[in-house]
Ligand binder design. Structure first.
Ligand SMILES: [Zn+2]
Length: 557
């Protein structure tokens, strides 16, 4: 039969399919051939494509939409945390943390590291005391313990972990980091701020705590978690060789069920070790595969507000250590940043620049503006992550310079992070967190990201609801909204999580909407998103996830 080649492999029918394509926002049917969408329309439009071998999936009136793109996650850490680490909620008190550690230590084999998290970054000052350290040490039962905070920028280590890492009272603070010492006694407290975290993380790696097999299993686990939330593409935000190798290994075996865009750090990020920068860029094509795209670089300009390591235009609240006028540090000068950006653009690599404070955002935009003057226009889209504190003058510059706002993690509502920010810089400034509406009005390309495992799971539906309501969807901090004037409508937010994120990830021609020619990345939901109150969006369950027309997740109810 002449027409056989045009028959669809898969036909989705009888759905309420939100395509995110403005020219045809809704359809009831989608036909797929060889993983690509070949028709979007109603029954009679797709009927000619149905053959004897077509698998017909009856959506039974359920809502479907394009798969979610997570613009920022740390894929291996998510899976490692899930599979191998001690988990406790970030509102745990010091004694609750000690209790959890003690329970794990009692079960651990002799000498084994206990790795876990995440403690609230609002605990940082209280952890930095002799008393707290003594409590952790007693709970550790002599094991090396390494706990991470909710920002993943800081650590709390037991005495044995410090000993193995070679940290003594005489060890000087690393550049861009601080080894915690009790303010009265001067003794070590196990608190390791920012770059100091790397000292204990490196000791953990040296101990061979994670093997390459564990790496692969962790990444595979992470991808299946992402698929279960409807995520079919992501930008891995600090792709060192073990991650690139694990992703490529999975793709070679046909087991990578998401688009993996990788951002290679220009220097060792402090929580992962090995080749970075030019040397890593030189290897990138050896990791490239059908779904693995190592086309971004990762740069860190500052730290996080809760630890007073983010760079701001105005000083933090005065404290005994930093004095009256501390505004945080910038890790790269503007000339250094310009050189890196110029070099990356030459290689066809876009930059994802970590900018947590408003001064870091300004510097990144300044550098990009300079690079534009000598490199001219580019199709590369640089990212400002996390774009959460932005001075009003910088808002229009995102669109002017073609820079994407990587909105991560998904916390545009009151959380323990915000409480830590209030303590660090005062409630009034902390309240001006995530000017999402202003960015949207100014035409910025905005993309939603989880920053998983900075948040304990990469559930985009919490982020989507929160971006609409500016309220905490979990019921924590009930009643309060964060800067509600910055709320966005659902249609805009869906764009931010699908087509806009795909564009920002360099995948706009491949995925992000349900259109002929694109990858059949489609998710089926258990509720009609546009017909429910905004306060129910976070309860959305993904019933099925399809990647290139293949079912990669199904919920068992
Ligand atoms: Zn991150």
């Amino acid at each position: 039969m002449g027409g056989i080649k045009t028959r669809a492999d898969v036909l989705f029918r009888n759905g309420r399919i939100y395509t995110v394509n403005r020219a045809q926002p809704w359809a009831s049917c989608v036909a797929v051939k060889a993983g690509r969408i070949v028709a979007v329309g109603d029954e009679h439009e797709v009927q000619p494509l149905v053959g004897a071998d077509t698998t017909v999936i009856d959506l039974a009136g359920r809502t479907a939409m394009p798969g979610i793109i997570d613009i920022h996650n740390h894929i291996m850490m998510g899976g490692q945390a899930d599979l191998y680490e001690l988990r406790f909620p970030s509102n745990f008190s010091i004694s609750q943390i000690a209790g959890a550690v003690k329970e794990a230590a009692a079960k651990a084999s002799p000498g084994a590291w206990i790795v876990g998290g995440q403690f609230g970054s609002d605990l940082l000052p209280r952890l930095n005391t002799d008393a707290a350290f003594a409590e952790l040490d007693a709970a550790s039962l002599g094991h090396p313990v390494l706990l991470r905070d909710d920002s993943y920028h800081n650590r709390w280590a037991s005495g044995e972990a410090l000993r193995i890492a070679g940290v003594t009272a005489e060890t000087p603070n690393p550049i861009d980091g601080e080894i915690g010492r009790d303010l009265t006694s001067g003794r070590l407290t196990g608190l390791m701020v920012e770059a100091a975290s790397g000292i204990v993380e490196r000791a953990l790696v040296k101990a061979g705590h994670y093997t390459p097999e564990m790496d692969r299993a962790a990444v595979a686990r992470s991808i299946s978690v992402l698929n279960s939330f409807g995520v079919t593409g992501f930008v891995e935000a600090a792709s060192m060789q073990p991650i690139l190798a694990a992703l490529k290994g999975l793709d070679d075996r046909g087991e990578l069920s998401a688009w993996a865009v990788c951002a290679m750090p220009i220097v060792e990020p402090g929580f992962m070790f090995g080749t970075a920068g030019e040397e890593l860029f030189a290897l990138r094509d050896s990791y490239r595969s059908a779904h693995v795209k190592p086309d971004y670089a990762k740069m860190f300009l500052d730290g996080v507000p809760g630890a007073k390591t983010a760079a701001f235009h105005e000083p933090y609240v005065a404290d005994p250590v930093r004095g009256c006028c501390f505004r945080g540090n910038i890790m790269l000068t503007v000339p250094e940043l310009i050189r890196w950006l110029g070099r990356c653009e030459k290689l066809g690599i876009a930059a994802k620049i970590h900018c947590a404070g408003d001064a870091a955002v300004t510097q990144a935009l300044d550098a990009i503006e300079v690079v534009r003057t000598f490199n001219g226009p580019t199709t590369l889209i640089h990212h400002i992550a996390h774009a959460s504190y932005i001075v009003p003058e910088d808002i229009p510059r995102f669109a002017e310079l073609g820079v994407a706002a990587d909105l991560s993690p998904i916390i545009w509502f009151p959380t323990v992070f915000l409480e830590a920010h209030k303590a660090a810089m005062g409630a009034e400034r902390a309240q001006r967190f995530w000017p999402n509406r202003d960015l949207n009005r100014a035409g910025a390309l905005m993309a939603g990201g989880s920053d998983w495992p900075v948040i304990p799971n990469p559930d985009p539906w919490h982020g989507i609801e929160g971006m609409v309501t500016r309220r905490n969807p979990t019921g924590d901090f009930a009643g309060s909204a964060l800067w509600p004037e910055q709320a966005l409508d659902l249609e805009t937010v869906i764009d931010i999580y699908t087509i806009n994120a795909a564009r920002a990830a360099g995948l706009g021609h491949v995925t992000g909407s349900i259109e002929v020619g694109k990858s059949a990345d489609l998710i089926v939901l258990d509720q009609a998103l546009f017909d429910i109150p905004a306060e129910r969006i976070a309860k959305t369950n993904v019933e099925m996830t399809f990647f290139e027309g293949r079912k990669v997740y199904e919920r068992n109810s």
